[in-house]
Each structure stands twice: as C-alpha cells, then as structure tokens.
Design a protein around this ligand. Structure first.
Ligand code: SF4
Ligand code: FES
Length: 384
C-alpha cells in the first residue's frame, strides 16, 4: 500500500467545507443491512455531550460551513436534539434532519420546526410495506414513516425521500418514486447502495444484476421527464457497474467532513477502513485546525498523492480518482484509481465481484447491530 507523505506536497490552505455530517449517535431503531455506518458502531457511553456538539457547530459556522446534516444512526434518539438544532440555527447553519422517521412524534417534530429546522430527509426501504419492514428489520416501520411524512407536510417543512436501492427493491423504483410524490416530497434520492460498512458485509445479498441496473436507469430517466416540475429525482449510480467513478464526497478534504458520535473527524464515512490514517478528535483540536492540517485530510487532498493512470488523466480534477475507500477495499491500496474506473488495471475485478455477488442467490442479511458483523443477527429480524 502507498502511504502518501503530505509534508512533501506544497501546502495551500483548503477552502472551507460546504457541508458537515454530524453523526450525533449510532443508536438506531432500524437495522438496515446497507447502513454506511462502520461495522464497529460507537456506543452511547462515548457520545459527545451537548455542549461539545454546540461548540463544534459554532466552529463549523465560523469556518464557513453552510449545511449541517444532523444524522446518525437516528439523530432524534438524542434527548438534546431540539437544543442542538436550535443552536445550529442560531449560529447560521442550514439544518437538515436525516431520519428513519421511527420514534419521532408530532410533538418532537413541532419542537424541531419551532427551533428553526430547515429540512427533513426521510429514508424509505421499499414501496411494499412488508418488504420495507423486512429490509429495515422492524415490523410496522413503513407505516410509521408514512405518518411522519404527513406531520412534516402539516408543519410546512420541505421533505426529501431517500431510498437506498439494491436487489430487494430495484424492481420497485417506479412505485418508490410515486410513493415519494404521495408523501409530499419535493425531491427523491434514488441512491444505489454503496458498498462500505454494513453494505460491504451484505454485498452478496444486496447486489443487483447488470440488467436490473440498466432497466432502473431507464426508469429513472423516464420518470424524470414525466415528473418534471413536480418532483426532483436525484440518482446515485452503482459503482460496480460504472465505467467512470464518482467524485466521492466531492473530493477528499474538499467539500465535506464527518464527525462521529465520539467526535472523531473523518474525510468520509468509511475513512476509518484505511488503516494507516490517524484521525483527530474535536475534543482535542478545533474543527478548523483538523480540516486544514489534520493528517487524514491531507493524505488524499488534491491530486499530488495520485498514481497512474490518474496522474496523467484529464479527469483527475473532475472525479479526483474516485473513492479511496473503494480503492482500498478492492485493490488493497487507497492511492490506486477507484476500480470502478475502466482505466484502472483492477477494473475487471470489480466487474467480476459484481457479477458473482448478483448471482449469489443469498438473501440472509447481516443486520446492522452493536454486536458487529460477527455478532449481529444473520437472519430476518422483525421486532415489534
Ligand atoms: Fe478518474 Fe483516475 Fe479513472 Fe482518470 S484514471 S477517470 S482520474 S479514476
Ligand atoms: Fe471514503 Fe469514498 S467512501 S472516499
């Protein structure tokens, strides 16, 4: 594995990030097998306290962050979610609540709206309630989401629906999009599962076939035309069947940062899978110091760390070589071109992994849990 030496690169102060993802807690009532949280979830006992989160939000606003994504796990599992939201609004951040919708009462949503919450992003697992509940690992979850969407509308908050797409729901994209319309959303994200964290553990159970992916792309294009002016459809393409990679997180250390429940600051949600990186904590350094000088951010910022074929590629300032975490997971070196790129010498490997996974016929999810992938439930769980 190539370990970059940031000290050798010419240092130019990076522009402020546009967005910050605050993973307030990893606790969540759902157990989705595609969750992008790390397999080793951070326990409640290590979560940052209210005052520290408020300081972090103030620092984020002062350094120029515009969007704050209040995320998790389920962010409303934090008892101080209203106080945290109010503080973020006070310091001038645009606040987006990323929620499963479970356990969020109308009263709580009213308090959040009164605190100045700007936007709600609600996840749904499928258009078919039984299948949605099976994927989420919680009986009755889907109906609770429908109820929450109603409250969001009544309170006049803008709503985005997020649907992670995989083998068990890819045939239902049209119904999912119409469900988003019915829920009153202005935007829907059709986001093919990205294979990090729990999704990587479940790759054999989640991967769609190439035919399903192609059909899904046609469906999204047709729906975009049909619903123009009524609903915005964002689509995140599936890497494993791509020819060119996405500019993951908008470029490493370029547009966004993540803060984990215990205050670890990450360039992306899967950065901890890269073993040589050292992460800073908001309890030890200021957010701006970490963003500007943290060794994990410096490691793959810009293009000086790249290897061929990226070094001489005209797209290197467009996609920044794709995803570092995927390059590590599939090629063993995070400084390699993302193997989703057809110019990568490892591209055939990602294609064959996709075909093998799609053909596995497996459906026994390893559900997300605090027990880790080995300790977590491997079969359907439908708690009530
Ligand atoms: Fe992007 Fe590198 Fe592929 Fe060029 S070679 S398209 S920079 S991943
Ligand atoms: Fe880490 Fe893409 S998920 S760079």
């Amino acid at each position: 594995m190539t370990v970059p030496n940031p000290a050798s690169a010419t240092r130019v102060a990076p522009p402020a990030p546009l967005g910050m993802l605050a993973e307030l807690t990893h606790r969540c009532p759902l157990s989705c097998p595609y969750c992008s949280n790390p397999v080793d979830l951070e326990k409640r006992s290590v979560e940052l306290d209210t005052e520290t989160w408020k300081r972090v939000f103030s620092e984020a606003a002062a350094m120029g962050v515009l969007h704050l994504h209040l995320s998790g796990g389920e962010p409303t599992a934090r008892k101080d979610i209203v106080e945290l939201t109010a503080h973020a609004v006070k310091v001038g951040l645009y606040t987006n609540l990323i929620t499963s919708g479970i356990g969020v009462t109308r009263e709580k949503l009213q308090e959040l709206a009164d605190a100045g919450l700007d936007h709600v992003q609600l996840s749904i697992q499928d258009a078919l309630p039984d299948n949605a509940d099976r994927i989420a690992g919680l009986k009755g979850a889907h109906e609770k989401k429908r109820v929450l969407a109603g409250h969001v509308l009544e309170l006049g908050l803008p709503l985005t629906i997020n649907a992670v797409i995989h083998r068990a729901n890819i045939e239902n994209i049209e119904a999912l999009v119409h469900m988003a319309l019915e829920f009153g959303a202005r935007r829907v994200e059709i986001a093919h599962s990205q294979y990090y964290g729990w999704a990587l553990e479940n790759r054999n159970m989640l991967m769609p076939t190439r035919e399903q992916v192609m059909k899904a792309a046609d469906t999204v294009e047709r729906l975009r035309e049909e619903l123009q002016g009524k609903l915005v459809i964002d689509a995140v393409v599936p890497d494993y069947y791509a020819r060119r990679p996405k500019p993951c997180v908008g470029g490493w250390g370029k547009q966004s940062l993540n803060v984990t429940p215990q205050g670890k600051v990450l360039p992306c949600h899967a950065a901890e899978t890269i073993p040589h990186l050292v992460f800073d904590y908001v309890t030890e350094k200021s957010l701006s110091e970490i963003w500007e000088h943290g060794s994990a951010f410096e490691a793959y910022r810009g293009t000086s760390w790249m290897k061929e074929p990226c070094t001489s590629c005209p797209r290197k300032e467009i996609d920044f070589g794709g995803c570092r975490c995927q390059a590590l997971a599939i090629t063993g070196d995070p400084a390699n071109a993302d193997p989703a790129c057809s110019l990568s010498p490892h591209h055939a490997k990602i294609t064959s992994l996709a075909l093998k996974a799609a053909d596995s016929g497996k459906s026994d999810y390893v559900y997300r849990s605090f027990g880790g992938a080995k300790g977590g439930p491997r079969v359907e769980i439908t708690r009530s």
